[in-house]
Design a protein around this ligand. Structure first.
Ligand code: SF4
Length: 499
């Protein structure tokens, strides 16, 4: 356990959050940062991913991926060595692995100071204090949510873009998914609270928000309004200076036409949709306990494209679910070809302890899964590439970013997202004063298309200095935030959540 550690006004304790998994976790990590800063800790701004220099290291874990256990305990072993040389430091473990393993974590890694569950984020500073004063590990796991976590202070990494949770938990029971066991039943925030948070963010300079939920389009189930999600999208359209609204993840089963109509009608809801397919085989979907079938899925995509021809649609697919036959897999390839996704996150099925699928018969041999996976990736990439090539010569509006805003010094390009969420690398002028800041917006002609990104080598025109760019600049000038130094995030691709 932790020996005494002190700080002075000149030398505050520093923290670092290491995040695994989906946007939910990334957003939870922003809350963890906000809470720790409210309690007087300062973020460790080391430029590398090493956490060795921080006084508090928080692992915000994910239990969804394969080998999550091995990875967590491997990292904790490394931290044991670090802690030996810095006995005053504290280690905390939160997120889904903490919810799943509970006090097993401190039994396996007794040098861990705090284990906090997915519903206990708000308790972290108090648990750290208690572990320090009592010289004993603190484990706090609640089974259900008491306060909606959005009421907690948040330390956002971006000045111009923000996550906004609309619900947590999920009422579905997909057999491959650990989320319902770890995040509990769906809890919906009241629309007024959500809109108040968005307006407050916009007042601070945020111009893009992503509404977050495990299953966003079931939003409202708790308070009995089936159209609550489409109403929320329309209400976002009324917020002045809010330029881009996105959401993730919807579920095909309850994706109703009122949502498509609201997307098409609302000027600031972007023409991009992440719609998890998981499998194209109806037989496998049934075994996964996914209540839609491939025809319904394809019908949704048709209606989305009819309403928004420019929409880019992305997906998640799992290959090698127990019992998946060659014929089932061919069905997935068929649906992928018909769907023409602009990107797909593809996963090889592997056993996740605690899920119903883990004990199903007919687990597929690894080499079969691998072979199907490679064929799927090839198909997905071919389609994504040809979809991207359709944009050659087109002008797209790019909002420059920090999160994926890799500024390439060799080629002088800066990255941003098109309205349809495609990643675009844009050539920058030599004159630094003419370059955009994160959050600024410009129009670019697409000169090259790759499977996973676009390039605009003729630079940009109509650069618009935005309130988001001003907010980023103000942060830089005040030194209050290094918006270019996001907390370490590892694991799944950026926009995957459960549904
Ligand atoms: S995959 Fe999505 S919809 Fe299914 S149980 Fe998990 S979170 Fe819920």
């Amino acid at each position: 356990m932790t020996d005494s550690i002190t700080s002075t006004d000149q030398d505050p304790l520093t923290y670092r959050v290491i995040t695994y998994g989906c946007q939910m976790n990334v957003h939870d990590s922003e809350r963890i940062g906000g809470l720790l800063e409210s309690a007087g800790y300062v973020r460790n701004e080391a430029d590398d991913t090493a956490s060795d220099g921080a006084d508090i290291v928080v692992f915000n874990t994910c239990a969804v991926r394969e080998n999550a256990d091995n990875r967590l305990y491997g990292n904790l072993s490394h931290m044991a060595q670090v802690k030996k040389s810095r006995p005053g430091m504290q280690i905390a473990v939160g997120g889904c692995m903490a919810q799943k393993d509970r006090d097993l974590i401190v039994r396996k890694a007794p040098w861990v100071d705090v284990v906090f569950g997915t519903h206990n984020v708000g308790s972290l500073p108090a648990l750290l204090d208690r572990a320090r004063s009592q010289q004993a590990a603190q484990v706090e796991i609640r089974e259900s949510l008491i306060d909606f976590p959005s009421n907690l202070p948040t330390r956002r990494d971006s000045a111009h873009a923000a996550w906004v949770s609309i619900s947590v938990g999920c009422n579905n029971t997909c057999t491959f998914c650990i989320v319902p066991a770890l995040r509990g039943k769906e809890t919906d925030r009241r629309p007024g609270d959500i809109l108040a948070e968005i307006k407050a963010l916009v007042a601070e300079g945020v111009q893009e928000i992503t509404l977050l939920g495990q299953n966003v389009n079931s939003y409202g189930v708790e308070f009995g309004d089936r159209q609550a999600f489409s109403k929320l999208l329309r209400a976002c359209g009324e917020i002045e200076h809010l330029e881009r609204v996105r959401f993730t993840s919807p579920h095909p089963a309850a994706f109703t036409d009122d949502v498509i109509e609201a997307m098409a009608d609302t000027h600031n809801v972007m023409p991009s949709l992440h719609m998890p397919l998981q499998s194209g085989s109806d037989r496998v979907l049934r075994a996964m306990r996914r209540s839609y079938r491939s025809a319904k899925f394809l019908g949704i995509l048709d209606r989305v494209r009819e309403a928004m021809p420019e929409a880019a649609i992305t997906t998640d697919i799992i290959v090698g679910f127990p019992g998946e036959t060659d014929a089932d897999f061919e069905e997935t390839l068929r649906v992928v070809r018909e769907s023409r996704f602009s990107a797909a996150f593809t996963f090889q099925y592997s056993i996740r302890p605690g899920t119903p699928a883990a004990t199903m018969p007919d687990q597929i041999p690894k080499e079969v899964v691998q072979e199907r996976y490679l064929r799927l990736v090839e198909t997905v990439d071919d389609i994504a590439w040809s979809e991207n090539k359709r944009l050659l010569g087109e002008s797209v509006e790019v909002m420059f970013a920090t999160g994926d805003g890799r500024k390439d010094d060799a080629t002088l390009r800066m990255s941003g997202r098109a309205r349809d969420n495609r990643l675009v690398h844009v050539a920058m002028p030599d004159d630094e004063s003419q370059r955009p800041r994160p959050g600024d917006v410009g129009w670019c002609e697409i000169t090259y298309a790759a499977p996973h990104h676009l390039v605009a080598d003729h630079g940009m025109r109509d650069l618009r200095r935005t309130r988001g760019g001003d907010a980023w600049q103000a942060r830089q000038e005040s030194g209050s935030n290094r918006a270019n130094a996001p907390q370490v995030t590892l694991g799944m691709p950026s926009f995957r959540s459960g549904a």
